[in-house]
Design a binder for this molecule. Sequence first.
Ligand code: NAD
Ligand code: TDX
Length: 356
Amino acid sequence: MKLKTIIITGGAGFIGSHVVRLFVNKYPDYKIVNLDKLTYAGNLANLKDIEKKSNYEFLKGDICDAELIQNIFEKYNFDGVIHLAAESHVDRSISNPMEFVKTNVIGTVTLLNAAKHFWKASLDSIPKGNLFYHVSTDEVYGSLGKKGKFKETTSYDPHSPYSSSKASSDHFVRAYHDTFGLPVVISNCSNNYGSFHFPEKLIPLAINNIKNNKPVPVYGKGANVRDWLFVEDHARAIDVIYHKGKVGDTYNIGGNNEWKNIDLIKLLCKVMDEKLGRKKGESAKLITFVKDRAGHDLRYAIDSSKLQKKLKWRPSLKFEKGLKKTVDWYLANEEWLKDVTSGDYQKYYDQQYVIR
Ligand code: NAD
Ligand code: TDX
């Protein structure tokens, strides 16, 4: 059997660490190389359980560094790329869009160039046995009204610098397929939640604040809707699409699990009351409505029927169960939380919220 050598970018981040773990454990015959710059969002503690496995290697590096990427491709002769490295937080993209252009757009094109060059891609002979898998988001489709869901054919309509940079990277990936014959596949996933989620994002931030009796900031009126998927289900979908997806295709991944932010936070407060042995209603007193996010998309919802029908993937976990599991993980991993919230975290946090 041909040894599969795969570079996973952003493997020290939230979703990337789950993808690395799944591939390293499930495919002992593969060689998994995790390339990550270790920004504030990347953390090698996310991968402690697999770091010593013989089929795993970590490389610290920036996907925008063309020379480095060239050297790595030369050294490892990758069969596949699973590209997750990105700046991923919408609020940070509003305060610093250029970082998002650099990593999400230039970084992606830098990787595409290397793959195109080393796999000798051309329209006349699309390389077999190679795949460039680009991990993207539902936010590229823009915002829904009360009805409907995003399909793979929905037109792109991004509103934030983050979603615009991801949309741009998706376009480049398709362009490299259509123009240069690069074998690519793209998936667009809804909001993830679960372990190792950096606590600047809604669910882990709320868990951390409730635990520490701090205000839980809810943007605007809390009326925005997100479609939440357990992160390990996303990693499983990436595995299925990497191995069985059709070259040149796009797959939407979603939890079929829409929640209005305020309802989600109220449910989380209830779970936290139970887990912390607090009086019913105690944690909900921390809910604090703050100034809305600029350009805040109202509603995301994913139609993942293509993936479900063609590749037989399904979300495995009911949200209430996944949320309890997630809360348990955060309460059991105080050291991890303490570690990632040290450094500049408080400075970022203090600038972020204006109480209404
Ligand atoms: P994350 O912010 O937790 O992790 C990103 C990782 O990329 C970090 O480890 C970081 O160090 C690394 N990184 C950043 N810039 C880099 C660079 N220039 N070079 C190398 N590494 C770099 O993000 P996440 O939430 O795990 O998201 C991973 C991917 O999935 C992103 O592409 C994101 O757009 C996409 N996505 C995320 C969600 C979600 O709900 N979090 C949903 C759909 C799609
Ligand atoms: O403190 C908060 N209060 C609040 O009300 C934060 C951080 C968020 N929110 C709202 C904004 C959103 O409507 O909660 C919702 C979820 O916010 P985030 O956790 O920041 O996620 P979102 O902006 O929806 O984007 C996420 O899902 C798609 C990821 O961060 C992206 O990387 C992914 O592509």
